[in-house]
Design a protein around this ligand. Structure first.
Ligand code: NAI
Length: 457
């Protein structure tokens, strides 16, 4: 089976490497030549655990190129380009539409003829309701202009991987959702995913099959349902975090400990303990834009979605809370030096899209604070994406703590959990630590003379 994937970002590249590892021939196309050149040298342009190792285990089945290399003899074309937020909260479909136009101009009569099995086009990008139809209509329109009369099948195949554990989630998903009204297309996609659905591949050494792992469900829905499933799932997860953060705020007022409360809540099987960690809130490339897009879809249909909106409001309040807590601990912020431990929106990634670190750094700088930062992976990305953000980047946590008035744990990288904080305290101007992820040993820090500030405790 030959598969073409458009877009070599977190989703496209992870999918490509996984399917190639499992025996599929995969060609990846990206308009970014620099990324393609890196990949040809087996260097992933993004940080994702295991990606580099797997890139070298695909035995020539994985190739990369720009649009000029588009190979018409392909069974499936997977669209995995970005769908960022527009100003009004709607998803920006321009990248997806540009891909649809390219496809409409490049698919040939032979390939488009049903009798020689046209490639199934798959929307893996997170897209608003009606996008499968939109992509289909753009491709068909271009084909028509080229006097090619054929029907093209566009399926929706939302992706649920989590950055940081993207390969794990691709190899061992809970479910694969295909939104298609074309039985043949759904069958082709079932074939494509067969090694995952049946778990017939031999697991890479560093990615063993989890104990008690159940085969993933394969769900066929209408394209519209598949499109809604993705937005609804992300919004639900975001709401769960915002909910526990709201309860964390109340815990602080009434004197409860949110970690005890969350444990007591999460042990109820109907609720579950995941996504119940209070902290400075969610960010990243998916939750913020997907919740916005869901609300925007509601607006387009004249339907208010107050729960989803509240999830966003609570989330941004969490970031502002960090500033308030620092103000209350340090009294005056102007002229202080504050260290950010971590920048990425979560551990395991260099992704900084809508990361709490950026909002917090911007606010602190606005208030006259000198901001220092250290992140094991995301600093280069931060310099690149936010060249005007006046952060002093340092090369280690030891360097970070020198002469600072407060330390904020922003990203709970594993290596940050057991740092020699006692020693670090001696290098700090003031021993104030704001644990934005409730990840540190609060008692040990207090014993070491720190003013420890957590979230909801
Ligand atoms: P990304 O921004 O990391 O990568 C997108 C890639 O597409 C870039 O390399 C870009 O150069 C390329 N591209 C854009 N327009 C192109 C065109 N016309 N032709 C060829 N290449 C083009 O995006 P990411 O994070 O992989 O997300 C892709 C989609 O998957 C988005 O809709 C996102 O919401 C969704 N998604 C992302 C997840 C994540 O964790 N990052 C998880 C689940 C879904």
């Amino acid at each position: 089976m030959h598969i073409t994937i458009i877009g070599c970002g977190y989703v496209g590249l992870t999918t490509a490497v996984s399917l190639a590892y499992m025996g599929r021939c995969v060609h990846v196309i990206d308009q970014n030549e620099e990324r393609i050149q890196m990949l040809r040298r087996s260097q992933p342009p993004i940080h994702e655990k295991g990606l580099e190792e797997l890139l070298n285990q695909t035995n020539g089945r994985l190739t990369f190129g720009t649009w000029d290399s588009f190979e018409i003899k392909t069974d499936v074309v997977i669209i995995a380009v970005g769908t960022p937020s527009k100003e009004n909260g709607d998803a920006d479909l321009s990248y997806v539409e540009a891909v649809a136009r390219e496809l409409g101009q490049r698919l040939t009569p032979q390939v488009c003829d049903k009798s020689t099995s046209a490639p199934v086009i798959v929307n893996k990008s997170t897209v608003p309701i009606g996008s499968a139809r939109r992509v289909q209509s753009i491709i068909s329109q271009h084909l028509k202009e080229r006097n090619i009369v054929t029907s093209i099948s566009v399926a929706s195949n939302p992706e649920f991987l989590r950055e940081g554990v993207a390969l794990h989630d691709t190899f061992y998903p809970d479910r694969i959702v295909i939104g298609s009204e074309d039985t043949q297309a759904a069958y082709t996609l079932r074939e494509m995913y067969a090694p995952i659905l049946e778990q017939t591949f031999s697991a890479p050494e560093f990615l063993p099959r989890p104990e008690n792992y159940l085969l993933p469900a394969f769900i066929i829905t209408s394209p519209t349902s598949a499109e809604l499933i993705k937005y609804a799932a992300n919004t639900f997860l975001a709401m769960k975090i915002s909910y526990i953060n709201e309860i964390a705020g109340l815990s602080e007022k009434v004197g409860a400990d949110i970690q005890e409360v969350a444990r007591g809540i999460g042990l109820d099987k109907r609720i579950g303990s995941q996504f119940l960690n209070a902290g400075i809130g969610w960010g990243g490339s998916c939750f913020p834009k997907d919740v916005q897009a869901l609300i925007h879809t509601g607006e387009q249909y004249g339907y208010a979605m107050p729960l989803s909106q509240s999830a966003i409001d609570v989330n941004y309040r969490q970031r502002e809370e960090v500033i308030k807590k620092l103000q209350s601990a340090l009294k005056v912020l102007r002229g202080r030096t504050i260290g950010l431990l971590g920048l990425a929106f979560k551990p395991g990634t260099d992704d900084l899209r809508d990361a709490p670190a950026i909002t917090i750094a911007e606010r602190l700088i606005e208030l006259g604070v000198h901001v220092k930062a250290y992140d094991p992976i995301a600093m280069e990305n931060c310099r690149h994406i936010h060249p005007n953000l006046a952060i002093e980047y340092v090369s280690s946590s030891t360097e970070l703590v020198n002469g600072i008035d407060a330390l904020i744990l922003i990203t709970e990288w594993n290596e940050f959990i057991h740092l020699p904080y006692k020693l670090y305290g001696e290098k700090m101007r003031q021993k104030v630590i704001l644990d934005g992820r409730n990840a540190l040993n609060s008692q040990a820090l207090r014993d070491a003379g720190f003013t420890y500030i957590g979230v909801g405790k």
